[in-house]
Design a protein around this ligand. Structure first.
Ligand SMILES: *Cc1c(COP(=O)(O)O)cnc(C)c1O
Length: 227
């Protein structure tokens, strides 16, 4: 894992250098979903402590298995509104906010727990019907709604997943749509400075298109076995 991490960091630096970006602008979110706790601890020994997961029961399980570890759990998968309590209890940040009903449920629960939550709004840019997310055209109105109605949610930026394909032009199209939506929101006065995009297969393209955060699973932890 140490070698894989070094290789990823090297690639990040190289990609940043190629497009004149500073590598410190791009952070790495290791995605530990489906991997054993031992892998998480191995990553922790390399200095990582913030991890992405896509299921709330898994985050809860991690917290119960490793209660004394200073880990932060980032929710990157589709969240059901009736799981708002688990988000408020176990999650340090939610990158998959994609609809008002979820915002409403979360804000209510967070207020009860007396805390705020950092969120990214997930945009749908991919071609697949299965990918969730807010339509980019709806972003500004959604951000305004969050600002006025759901004060426990602190919007830090946007997240997107590109179409899963070898077609580089299509992947770039997705990333550019998110970057454009981010710029429009910034211009409208919303502080959406973070842009979470890029996974094991496409993170170099994502850096070239303006990503500030890469969500990387298999390139770091190895082959993922969903079974
Ligand atoms: C699984 C997952 C990732 C990481 O995928 P890899 O291809 O293993 O890097 C990133 N983002 C989301 C939303 C995911 O579900």
């Amino acid at each position: 894992m140490q070698q894989r991490l070094a290789a990823i960091r090297h690639n990040i630096e190289q990609a940043c250098h190629n497009v004149g970006r500073d590598a410190s602008e791009v952070t790495l979110l290791p995605v530990s979903k489906t991997f054993d706790d031992t892998k998480v601890l191995e990553a922790a020994a390399l200095g990582l402590r913030r991890f992405g997961e896509n299921r709330l029961p898994d985050i809860r399980q991690r917290c119960e298995n490793m209660p004394d570890q200073p880990f932060e759990w980032v929710m990157i998968g589709h969240a059901q509104s009736n799981k708002a309590r688990d988000v408020a209890r176990y999650v340090s940040e939610l990158q998959s906010l994609d609809r008002e009903s979820l915002a409403e449920a979360l804000d209510k629960r967070l207020e009860q727990e007396g805390r705020t939550l950092d969120v990214l709004v997930q945009l749908k840019t991919a071609a697949e019907a299965s990918k969730t997310g807010l339509e980019p055209a709806e972003l500004i109105a959604f951000l305004q709604k969050l600002k006025t109605d759901y004060p426990c949610l602190q919007v830090k930026g946007l997240m997107t997943m590109a179409t899963q394909t070898d077609d580089e032009a299509e992947v770039r199209r997705c990333f550019r749509a998110a970057r454009l939506a981010q710029q429009q929101a910034l211009d409208a006065g919303y502080a959406v400075h973070r842009l979470s995009m890029g996974m094991s297969q496409d993170y170099v393209l994502a850096i070239e298109e303006g990503s500030t955060e890469l969500r990387i699973g298999s390139a770091l932890f190895g082959h993922r076995d969903y079974a």
